[in-house]
Design a protein around this ligand. Structure first.
Ligand code: RUQ
Ligand code: CUA
Ligand code: CA
Length: 602
């Protein structure tokens, strides 16, 4: 009996042991829906050491004033490109070259990075980004990934939505003024709300000069352009013309404003415009033949065009709906054959606080829901089929919780006709408990999502520094072949392969070469009060070999990439000996790469 029990006990123990081991193995190899494991869809969502990413992500940096280049799917931040900000890592805002572009301002608020287009997709050559705070538009050349032009947008405040022409190529860039302003400077003129207006600014993408502005009585928020080069779009949440929150929320409906490019071009050709502060200005207020005001419920924010070019989708922040506008109806609406509201072909209820919509290229839309903290996936055709049909099935296919309070969302290549439906980024404003506590100012949480299957799958959390608003995700093969390892040396008029010190009165010009591990001059002597200019050329052509140039106690610090030339001009106001040194670890003898700067007391 005892023996039998023992035998049976042993059998049970063995059975339990086998089950536990088996269970553990299953648990170990199982891929739960929410895990960070590789996708069942065959999408590569891990990038191992030594491997390269599949996409370039270009993220705005909000009030950091910069933009960032992020590898996708790894979400590794590979580079920060200073735009409107001062950056001591690169010397942006310190060199003469960058100061000439910044014009004394070193703060910015970048929201919307966009790329240059040919025939509805990226050509990879340029990026543009707005500065909402100082009302500017910057262009970044992608061969060097550096800003090469900044234009000030006059008559505009809250310069926000930004979008390039998509077809036939990017010749125009549009920007919207979110804040309405008067041009008056007397108190009565400034106080009268009737004098306030929004402006839709058209900038020449090549010359980076403002071409024209179209004014509206309403504010203009986010921007888009169509795929036929005929129309641009702006949401307006302040159709009330209010100046306080309650005034701006008074009406149940605001607008999607459409701008007619053929008619704007005709006005320009005919000279049919006013000139305000040097800008050609046209009246696009309600009733103008330049604009169409399509009603959208309440306080809309984002507007995004579907990759097939058929629809504009705008969402009302305080309405749980998305409004689908059929772009093939716009010609008839501008011709007066139908009413603006007749362009609306669907208005599905999708959730609370809808902001921005992106696309997978398979007829599905993905809208960020700020209040619900979700991305909602819905089918555009299903929404159209069910429009105004009581009891129609919801077009919603899936919902994914994001963490938390998502602003923008963007899918891979989704702002082009080549939307590929692979990845989606959810740019969440609040990370709350997702990362180690780092003090009152927490990182944001940029989440990567696989959208290649019917159900969305969260792949990755990535903390990010304030404050990406928007991003675009561009296939690697479009950008990578254009990016250079070194600049063209003679691109800078003062590049130098020789070293010299010249004096002209109180002006001293130093031409200085940098070759690892020495600067071409070992001692520069000037007098207190001299105006000194250094032109520094990095004569090393080796990729990745960057030299730095810092002058001790003189608030000067910048880097110079291979074959690049940068310059700085300053008054030598402090007497004494100040070491100039290379800041970028370039050689085994990098620490010895320095020279003496002697300032003789006056
Ligand atoms: S705006 S979410 Cu420029 Cu949507 Cu920030
Ligand atoms: Cu050159 Cu360090
Ligand atoms: Ca409103």
């Amino acid at each position: 009996m005892t023996m039998r029990i023992n035998k049976r006990g042993r059998a049970w123990t063995l059975a339990v042991f086998v089950l536990v081991v088996f269970g553990a193995l299953i648990a170990f190899y199982r891929t739960p829906d929410d895990s960070f494991a590789d996708s069942k869809s065959g999408l590569r969502d891990k990038v191992l050491p030594g491997e390269l990413d599949d996409y370039y992500g270009f993220f705005s940096g909000g009030h950091s004033g910069e933009i960032r280049i992020v590898g996708i799917p790894s979400m590794r931040v590979m580079k920060r490109v200073p735009v409107f900000n001062l950056d001591s890592g690169s010397g942006w805002g310190i060199t003469n070259e960058s100061k000439a572009l910044l014009k004394g301002q070193v703060v910015g608020d970048t929201h919307h990075v966009q790329g240059s287009y040919v025939d509805g997709t990226y050509d990879g050559k340029f990026l543009w980004v707005n500065d909402k705070s100082n009302n500017k538009l910057a262009r970044i050349r992608t061969d060097y990934m550096e800003v090469d032009a900044i234009v000030e947008i006059p008559n505009s405040q809250g310069t926000h939505g930004t979008f390039p022409q998509r077809y036939p190529q990017t010749d125009w860039i549009i920007t919207n003024s979110e804040f309405r302003t008067p041009y008056a400077t007397d108190l009565a003129g400034m106080s009268d709300k009737a004098n306030f207006h929004g402006v839709h600014t058209i900038t020449d993408a090549h010359k980076m000069e403002v071409i024209a502005q179209v004014t509206t009585s309403v504010n203009l928020d986010l921007a888009a352009t169509g795929y036929r080069g005929k129309y641009s779009f702006a949401t307006s949440y302040n159709s009330e013309g209010g100046v306080t929150l309650s005034e701006m929320l008074a009406k149940d409906s605001d607008y999607l404003v459409v701008f007619n490019w053929d008619r704007i071009k005709k006005r320009l050709a005919d000279g049919n415009f006013e000139t305000v502060n040097g800008v050609k200005m046209m009246d696009g207020k309600a009733g103008s033949d330049l604009t169409l005001y399509i009603p959208v419920p309440k306080n809309p924010h984002g507007v995004n065009i579907s990759p097939d070019g058929k629809y504009a989708i705008a969402s009302g922040k305080v309405s749980p709906t998305a409004t689908v506008v059929a772009l093939d109806k716009l010609d008839d609406a501008f011709a007066g054959k139908i009413q603006p509201i007749d362009c609306v072909v669907a208005q599905p209820e999708i959730g609370l606080g809808p902001l921005h919509t992106t696309y997978d290229g398979n007829g599905n839309a993905f809208t960020s829901l700020f209040i619900d903290s979700q991305i909602v996936k819905w089918n555009i055709q299903a929404a159209i089929d069910g429009y105004k049909k009581p009891g129609a099935k919801s077009p919603v296919i899936d919902r994914l919780d994001v963490h938390y309070q998502v602003g923008h969302t963007m899918a891979s290549m989704a702002e082009t006709k080549e939307a590929d439906g692979n990845f989606l980024i959810s740019l969440n404003k609040i990370s709350k408990d997702r990362f180690l506590n780092v003090g009152p100012l927490k990182p944001e949480n940029d989440q990567l999502v696989d959208i290649s299957q019917k159900k969305m799958r969260l792949i990755k959390d990535e903390p990010s520094y304030i404050e990406p608003h928007d991003c675009i995700i561009v296939r690697r093969d479009i950008i990578e072949p254009l990016v250079k390892d070194r600049v063209k040396m003679d691109e800078h008029p003062n590049f130098t392969t020789e070293n010299s010190i010249e004096r002209d009165g109180k002006k001293v010009t130093v031409r200085l070469t940098a070759n690892a591990p020495v600067f071409g001059i070992q001692e520069v002597a000037v007098k207190q009060g001299d105006e000194v200019t250094f032109y520094v050329t990095n004569n090393d052509e080796i990729p990745d070999l960057t030299h730095g140039f810092a002058i001790s106690n003189y608030n000067i610090n910048f880097v110079v990439g291979p074959y690049q030339t940068k310059s700085v001009t300053f008054v030598a106001d402090k007497p004494g000996l100040y070491w100039i040194y290379c800041t970028n670890f370039c050689h085994a003898l990098h620490l010895e790469m320095r020279l003496r700067f002697l300032v003789e007391a006056a």
